[in-house]
Write a protein that binds this ligand. Structure first.
Ligand SMILES: [Zn+2]
Length: 238
């Protein structure tokens, strides 16, 4: 296989501990693998999962510690977010049951000073209201207006393990509320009014059909296997 040659015989999926060519996700993560290949033969496995993957409905527990591995996960999440031109990404969206989100409303890796990495974020105050269109990297091609608080205050830990307070408004406040919803298994489509709900019906059905096909082809594990894996990861870090 061409990509075996490119990656070498030691290219393994670090999540499943098998050669990449044996990994059921191999083809779905191909663009990321190619990008990583020159630097690293051991591929750290993170990919964005799509609706209606069950991990998107998982309510995550707080993380117990910040360490090098968590910092690496956060940096991989930022990279994936930039690759897909997103402004935010929650750990659930890369199939991890952690209360961790990354945000950059510029969606630009050059604007690293705009990056927010929030660990165990809690919104302590909400005020005002605003409605704007939202999309989600786990729901491609789905856009709809969502009403949310215009200003929020939140408390979260940073990657050094320090507690920090944030006052956010505008797109930052919207992105943070959207991402923190993910940590509770809530998607923006759950917050739509009746008209918007109707308008997303067809694109959602299309994503559901694609998910069913991917599962039939063996790219996505069954519900029980997913739940077992999430429980194992939770035990390690939450
Ligand atoms: Zn989202």
């Amino acid at each position: 296989m061409f990509f075996n040659g490119l990656l070498g015989r030691t290219a393994i999926c670090t999540k499943h501990k098998i050669h990449l060519s044996q990994c059921p996700y191999f083809f779905t993560v191909l663009p990321h693998i190619i990008k990583k290949a020159p630097d690293s033969l051991e591929f750290q496995f993170v990919q964005i999962i799509k609706y209606p993957h069950p991990t998107l409905r998982h309510k995550s527990k707080p993380l117990r510690r910040v360490d090098a591995q968590l910092r690496k996960i956060a940096s991989e999440m930022l990279e994936l977010m930039y690759d897909d031109h997103g402004v935010g990404l929650a750990a659930n969206q890369v199939d991890l049951p952690y209360r961790l989100v990354v945000i950059n409303i510029q969606s630009d890796p050059e604007a690293a000073d705009e990056e927010l990495v929030l660990i165990n974020p809690v919104i302590s105050k909400r005020s005002g209201a605003a409605e704007a269109d939202e999309g989600c990297l786990s729901l491609p091609e789905v856009w709809a207006p969502v009403r949310r608080a215009d200003k929020i205050e939140l408390i979260a830990y940073d990657l050094s393990g320090n507690e920090r307070k944030f006052q956010l408004d505008g797109l930052y406040a919207r992105a943070a509320q959207h991402e923190i919803d993910h940590l509770d298994g809530v998607l923006f489509i759950d917050r739509l009014g009746p008209t918007a709900k109707l308008s997303v019906k067809e694109p959602l059905s299309s994503l559901e059909r694609q998910f069913a096909t991917d599962r039939e082809r063996g790219f996505i594990p069954g519900d029980e296997e997913i739940a077992r894996r999430l429980a194992e990861l939770e035990e390690e870090r939450t």
